[in-house]
Design a protein around this ligand. Sequence first.
Ligand code: OSB
Ligand code: MG
Length: 370
Amino acid sequence: MIIDRIDIIRVKVPFVHPFETSFTRFVERDALLIKVYSEGLIGYGECKAFYGPLYNPEDNGACFHIIKNIIAPAILHKEIEGPADFMAKVAFIRGNRLAKASVENALWELKAQREGKSLKTLLGGTQDEIKVGVSLGIEPTVKDLLNKIEKYLAEGYHRTKLKIKPGKDIEVLREVRRHYPDITLTVDANSDYTLADIDLFKAMDELNLQYIEQPLGEDDIVDHAVLQKAIKTPICLDESIISVDSARNAIELGSCKIINIKSSRCGGLCESIKIHDLCQQHNIPIWVGGMTELGIGRVQNISFASLPNFALLAHDIAASNRYFAEDITIPTVNITPRCTVIVPDETNGVRYEVDEKAIDRLMVSREVIK
Ligand code: OSB
Ligand code: MG
């Protein structure tokens, strides 16, 4: 396919409720949408960067620069066979995984349209519907948090993940466990602790957590191995896994027992499928992580989560209304009464269209590159 034009559209979409993590308090999704035009077709990608380099090393400004000034000149008006060929053509760019992934995802959409197949089929998906969990932010008081937990349990979410940070951890978790002794509960520290906190994580062993997500720094895979040997609760790595090589290192070192895959963090779906396969060989359970994405990214995550080794654990692919009053797909992502999401395929009639009118309403700026 010849790439004719690339638009980078910045949108800002308010959250229905602020979402606080150990690294920031989000009040809106400030995102770049990537629109790739090719031979009369349009493929969308969502760049998962945030307004600042707080979780990933890149932010929106960095991605905008890399897409406009480095990726676009490498592919515009050239023949690109598909996502894998694209990845080969931008392999000279070190890092910058979120930027590469956003365009790679759009090329998967174009490939699906050209071949008249669903993304699920192209990726090798086998599941028709997938189970979802919810990720809950840090709240001002335990009472506020309990109210939030209650709300999402009532909606049926299969797993409740709580964000923690130093000072808002073990005491809060003990309270939550006292109210909900049996729910599937996990925590996510987003890298905010060090091995000096080892006793805190040993204390968490009493709480019957399904896993502890990314307790230590993103580069600390050696320290994560030390911590994993000292505690019973499985560690699930998020930030530390950016490639199939980092996954292999973490598995060989024993730094985790579970991995959360975000295709954006790992530079796209091509690399993420390799991580999926590697984890399957090593019996490492995996699940699809989230980045508070808008509809475009959320729907692509659903298709990715239909791969076979994603069958065990619930994914961070909540209904769109967990974050947004207004979203950019028709329909927006909804959960079934079983709290699953249905994977679009050629036969089940589930289809999502990009809501161009909503994008126009939410747009802050548009850059046209051709
Ligand atoms: O660490 O998983 C994370 C949101 C933004 C950045 C990082 C993370 C998260 C979440 C929310 O936990 C997941 C979601 O519901 O999209
Ligand atoms: Mg995480």
